[in-house]
Design a protein around this ligand. Structure first.
Ligand code: NAD
Length: 407
């Protein structure tokens, strides 16, 4: 069996110090190497299938450019997952890939899935590799930003006046609730079926701590989503979140029923900062909020709190556009920004990278998914050109930052 690293703390604060996740949590690998002075960060890249390798290339290109400014040495190792791994080894998550991931400081994944494997039973499909790596890394909190940029607000199916300025961070509990609790199944006569919604105080506490820590680095507001008027699990959820919130007097906490939240997301998304949800509600609401951004190609995610954090764009392998060089790499690049913030402690560099993306969009550059949605009046660029533009803008920002620090 591959050796497991000690669990990472999920988050870094804006001053670069680590915040406590729970008793016994260890400093992240990045923080440990930093303190020991060796300044080396090993990132395992899992390009996967379809557009996965295309968008990963651009995320790595941008991260590499940071290495020329920062005294951290980035070590990238590429491993197989999904359909690419099945073709080479017969296994969607080869042992070698699993070992490399567990021994690295962070994992960046592209996408998995290929039509040629669609006929296979579930456990043999490429997607089985994705589920297996998520489980092995053990992250219990899924972070999904939904941001509306001024320059692309018209790409949303919602009116600009509604979405402009929206900047939401979903914190979704990922390992509990209806998707995992037992018992589940079908009755003997197959005429009924059942699932169990169950949460423990500890499961709620640990994800709530992630949400409150994150809110402290943002606009200091947590909206907790539940259905406490009907469900006992939600009543425990609300009570526990209130208790955790007492340790964060500087963070404003409110509670919203899940049905009301679904409505507010499309009528007043700017009212939210951090949205804390259990597993099922978070699955649905974070997809709904994707409409705010205008293209699935823009969406990023991080899964934190386990042995090694996992960063991945939300989109799939998009077989319809794979190999054409037109995929939007910004979801993968913003996932890389999350990696800098949450696994490398480079909060300023992460902010620079996000600002570089905004600048490129402000300058009118669009991949085809965004251009067609906004009338096609902008400069349409391919995947690699978009990556190069972001890299240039990012390098210019880093140059200014490091020149300033050198004075
Ligand atoms: P998809 O996200 O791959 O594609 C949906 C639509 O969005 C397609 O029209 C596609 O062209 C477009 N799209 C997706 N990403 C884009 C990008 N970066 N730039 C521009 N356009 C983009 O979802 P799907 O078609 O339902 O699934 C395709 C395959 O991906 C399936 O095998 C599925 O199982 C797999 N999948 C994997 C993941 C993952 O790896 N996390 C997630 C979802 C689906």
């Amino acid at each position: 069996m591959p050796t497991k690293k000690p669990p990472q703390r999920a988050l870094t604060e804006s001053n670069g110090t680590m915040t406590a996740l729970k008793d016994g949590a260890q400093p992240s690998a990045a923080a440990r190497v930093r303190r020991s002075g060796s300044e080396k960060l090993t990132i395992t890249i899992l390009p996967g299938d379809g557009i996965g390798p295309e968008v990963c290339n651009e995320a790595v290109r941008v991260l590499r450019s940071l290495g020329t400014f920062h005294n951290t040495e980035f070590h990238f190792q590429e491993k197989l997952i999904g359909g690419a791994a099945i073709r080479a080894t017969g296994n969607p998550l080869p042992e070698d890939t699993l070992r490399a991931c567990l021994e690295s400081d962070a994992v960046l994944l592209g996408a998995v899935g290929a039509p040629e494997f669609d006929h296979l039973p579930g456990p043999q499909k490429p997607e089985a590799g994705l589920l297996a790596i998520r489980t092995a890394l053990g992250g219990f909190a899924n972070l999904r930003p939904a941001v509306s940029f001024r320059s692309t607000a018209d790409c949303s199916p919602l009116r600009r006046s509604i979405v402009e300025g929206a900047d939401i961070m979903f914190v979704r509990e990922l390992l509990g609730g209806l998707y995992f609790a037992q018992p589940r199944g079908f009755s003997e006569d197959d005429a009924s079926a059942f699932n169990t919604m169950r949460y423990s105080t500890e499961e709620i506490e640990r994800v709530a701590i992630v949400a409150f820590d994150l809110a402290r680095t943002r606009r200091k507001k947590v909206t907790s989503v539940d259905k406490a008027n009907v469900l006992e699990t939600s009543q425990l959820w609300r009570r526990t979140v209130n208790e955790v919130g007492r340790a964060y007097p500087d963070v404003k906490l409110d509670h919203v029923y899940v049905d009301a939240c679904a409505m507010h997301l499309v009528t007043a998304p700017t009212r939210f900062d951090v949205v804390l949800t259990e597993n099922l509600f978070g699955d649905i609401l974070s997809d709904e909020a994707a409409a705010i951004t205008g293209s699935i190609g823009m969406l990023s995610s991080a899964t934190v709190g386990g042995d090694v954090n996992l960063y991945e764009p939300v989109h799939g392998s998009a077989p319809d556009i794979a190999g054409k060089g037109i995929a939007n790499p910004l979801g993968a690049i913003t996932s890389a920004a999350m990696l800098l913030r949450h696994s490398a402690g480079m909060v300023h560099e992460a902010a620079d990278l996000e600002a570089a993306i905004q600048q490129v969009l402000e300058n009118g550059y669009r991949t085809v998914d965004l251009a067609s949605a906004s009338g096609g009046k902008e400069h349409v660029v391919g995947t690699a050109e978009m990556g190069a533009l972001v890299e240039q803008a990012f390098s210019a920002m880093l140059e200014r930052r490091f020149a300033y620090h050198a004075v």
